[in-house]
Design a protein around this ligand. Structure first.
Ligand SMILES: [Zn+2]
Length: 87
């Protein structure tokens, strides 16, 4: 017989988060404005919007962050090798 319930631990953790809010830790810095976060309790992934509010990290947002991350890398690369400071 198939049972259709969520694992108890998962429910408990999500319950804690809904009560006290997620405990986000920064997992990846995209650029100076955007970062990716993960809740250390329920492992929910989030990112921040342009106003600094935390929003759920969807696959679409993940793609955007990935693009921003590589643009940032490219920018840093160019800045380092093509516009070196003259002292
Ligand atoms: Zn959480």
């Amino acid at each position: 017989m198939k049972t259709n319930y969520l694992p108890e631990g998962k429910v408990k953790k999500n319950y804690l988060c809904s009560l006290f809010g997620h405990r986000f830790i920064e997992t990846k810095k995209v650029n100076t404005h955007f970062s990716e976060f993960e809740c250390e309790v329920c492992k929910m992934q989030a990112t921040n919007d342009s106003r600094g509010h935390k929003i759920k990290l969807t696959s679409k947002l993940k793609d955007i962050n990935e693009t921003l991350f590589y643009l940032q890398l490219k920018k840093e690369f160019i800045a380092r090798f093509y516009f070196t400071k003259k002292e």
